[in-house]
Design a protein. Structure first.
Length: 276
């Protein structure tokens, strides 16, 4: 797939999710009941208190981890949320930074931006702003944010190097990030890497963990470390998920199991170097 095709696939998926036609991040897009969305979120590290603290409709069950659990946000921080979706993590961050702080969410999908802004109004979040834009070309000035978060988004972006270069540009010296994302523990079979279904399911766009960390360091970050790692949550009991896995690698259950254990969810921390 070309980079342009990949972006079209992602925009289409998340546009449909924002419109209520689908939800969830797995192999496939389909509507899910609220209980299932909550279950997914609690399974990747969010608490009942987190779920209750955001406006209805902000949590779409799209994450692969909770970057806020390790982000150590402070009162007064200016925080950037890369790929902010309907605003779930942005609203949780806004509560941490308080009235003297600010959260800026950036998303490339107009439908998601509209949904996030409506959620902000519904929840009376005055310290949150949502901007339409690509995270490879952030609509923010240099040295303008203290911290950044992101949740299962960068793996879907073709040019990950550009994302981290942009992140380094907009963070202030000694600014830090905490990102939850999907990476590979070993190379995927060719049929998976070229599968539209796998790409929509957040798998085909992922790269090897060591390559991912090397890109971050190459962008100028230091103290780059994985603070949490687990196999990515893939529900093979879900018939739709199992069917897509079969389409990718065939009916051999051992190959399907190998595919599942090739993909990890990680939380990565990094710091922009101090000037001088």
């Amino acid at each position: 797939m070309t980079d342009k095709k990949m972006k079209e696939i992602v925009k289409d998926k998340y546009g449909r999710i924002a419109a209520g036609a689908a939800s969830g991040c797995g192999c496939g897009c389909r509507p899910m009941p609220e209980e299932a969305v909550s279950s997914i979120s609690k399974g990747v590290g969010y608490s009942d208190a987190d779920l209750a603290a955001v406006p209805e409709g902000a949590n779409l069950g799209l994450g692969c981890g909770n970057p806020l659990a390790f982000s150590a946000l402070k009162e007064g921080d200016v925080v950037l949320d890369l790929g902010s979706g309907a605003g779930f993590d942005s609203f949780l961050a806004a509560r941490k930074v308080g009235k003297t702080g600010k959260v800026i969410g950036v998303d490339m999908t107009p439908e998601m931006i509209a949904k996030a802004r409506a959620n902000a109004m519904a929840g009376n979040f005055e310290n949150v702003e949502f901007l339409l834009g690509d995270i490879e070309a952030l609509p923010l000035p240099d040295n303008s944010v203290d911290a950044a978060i992101s949740n299962c988004v960068i793996n879907l972006v073709p040019d990950k190097q550009k994302v981290f270069q942009e992140l380094n540009r907009v963070l202030r010296p000694e600014g830090r990030f905490m990102i939850s994302d999907v990476v590979l523990l070993k190379e995927l079979p060719e049929e998976v890497r070229t599968s539209v279904e796998a790409y929509v399911g957040c798998v085909a766009g992922a790269i090897l963990k060591d390559q991912y960390l090397a890109i971050i360091r190459g962008a100028g970050f230091e103290d780059v470390r994985v603070v949490d790692e687990s196999y990515a949550a893939v529900d093979l009991d879900d018939p739709e998920v199992h069917e897509v896995a079969k389409q990718c690698v065939g009916a051999d259950e051992s190959r399907i199991d190998d595919l599942v254990h090739s993909v990890a969810s990680i939380k990565v921390h990094g710091v922009k170097k101090a000037t001088g």
